[in-house]
Write a protein that binds this ligand. Structure first.
Ligand SMILES: Cc1ncc(COP(=O)(O)O)c(C=O)c1O
Length: 398
């Protein structure tokens, strides 16, 4: 029996692009199943299944005794296979960044999806309104006109969504800039019968960049105290507003304990990388880029995994189980200086820990799932999609 929150993958016509893509990728890379790591063509994105399981269990256990539920951010993960595994483990649904990611999730049978980003533009809004018929869709808003534009399309297509008011809690990216603005947005949502006001999204991304753990704790608590107080003010008038969603891997242990927070959006904890590892070392590196040494000159080695194969935002990549950190990444070259006495030579294979997993996964078609050094499964990385006319027409007909 399927766990609540999951259905079988959709066999409707609108879901065809997702089914086809998945089948094509699995077929294209299928001959790799059963191969040893040494036999894979590099660079290759590899995921240690046992470590992944430990990371998921750690997160589920960390929040088990609180009222907080996990809705992992899958922009990092880009895999419907992994989304299903986390829901099986106890997550209540997923968070995504784009409408296309939301569509991919509904197509795969995930029932509840929160788009933690703003959806602007006619095609995307139409897609939102149509996709909302296929699952529990929660959107984020920070603009009065955008609320009306989305409501117009929802009415036209006869669908409904839940809404979180996006609140800026210090990151200065998206989100209402004051309690007054947030309340005004809530009032506007409430005028539309197609929208159910569910609460607030408050992503404290600026806190992830704070290296001092004590300062980080106080920054997060300040951000979430503020978000909690705005939610309270909104809930006085709108009792349906009960959700406060936020948190990332670098703050899961602070945001996840805050009394006002109800949903945690962390996603990188499943894979980890150099950036997040510096913040929360309790999670292990499960995702690496397998690379080959293509040149050695004295103590300098070059690997075939440059910035077109490994994310370098916020931190440089490093060689797993060593102290070696990349000096520089060109497009197809990662450059490391090792010790003269190290025996690494041309043709050797090494695993790179990415600087930043969220901008690594999207560089690949597939994640090789590894057990005991062998490929046991292939998880297609879902692509950027054309939520354009053809797709909208197939949604409309379903
Ligand atoms: C809106 C939002 N929520 C949550 C996250 C946290 O993700 P992670 O677990 O990768 O830190 C991010 C990361 O950029 C984000 O933009």
């Amino acid at each position: 029996m399927l766990r609540s929150g999951l259905k079988s993958a959709s066999n409707q016509e609108w879901a065809t692009p997702f089914r086809n893509y998945r089948d094509e990728i699995r077929q294209y890379y299928g001959e790799c199943i059963g191969r040893e790591l040494d036999e894979l063509v590099t660079p290759a994105l590899i995921l240690d299944r046992a470590i992944l399981n430990r990371n998921i269990n750690r997160m589920i256990t960390a929040i088990a005794d609180s009222k907080i539920v996990l809705r992992p951010h899958t922009k990092v993960q880009k895999s419907t296979d992994l989304a299903r595994i986390q829901i099986e483990a106890g997550a209540i649904g997923v968070t995504v960044s784009t409408i296309w990611e939301a569509a991919a999730m509904f197509a795969s049978g995930v029932e509840s999806v929160h788009i933690a980003n703003l959806v602007v533009g006619r095609n995307k809004i139409d897609c939102l309104a149509l996709i909302a018929k296929h699952g529990d869709l929660i959107i984020s808003v920070d603009n009065l006109q955008n609320i009306d534009d989305i409501a117009y399309s929802l009415k036209k297509h006869g669908s409904k969504v839940s809404v979180l008011i996006d609140l800026d809690v210090g990151m200065a990216r998206c989100g209402a800039r004051s309690p007054k603005d947030a309340i005004e947005l809530a009032n506007q949502v409430a005028t539309h019968p197609s929208m159910l006001l569910k609460g607030i999204q408050a992503y404290e991304g600026h806190c992830m960049l704070e290296p001092n753990p004590e300062v980080r704790v106080s920054l997060v608590n300040k951000a979430m105290d503020y978000a909690g107080s705005v939610l309270e003010q909104i809930a006085v008038k709108y009792p349906s507003a009960i959700v406060l969603s936020g948190g990332g891997t670098g703050t899961y242990n602070i945001t996840g304990k805050h009394p006002s927070v109800t949903e945690l959006q962390a996603g990188s904890f499943v894979f980890m990388d150099s950036f997040h590892g510096n913040l929360v070392p309790i999670f292990e590196i499960s995702l690496t880029v397998l690379a080959t040494v293509t040149a050695r000159h004295r103590n300098r080695i070059i690997l075939d995994a440059g910035r077109k194969s490994v994310g370098i935002d916020f931190a440089p990549p490093r060689i797993k189980n060593s102290g070696f950190v990349a000096n520089f990444c060109a497009e197809e070259h990662a450059i490391f200086d090792i010790h003269s006495e190290d025996k690494i030579q041309l043709g050797d294979r090494l695993e790179l820990v990415s600087g930043y997993a969220p901008t690594t996964v999207n560089l690949y078609d597939v994640i090789y799932v590894i057990e005991d050094n062998k490929v046991v499964d292939l998880w297609p990385v879902f692509p950027r999609g054309p939520q354009d006319k053809g797709f909208l027409a197939s949604l409309q007909n379903s």
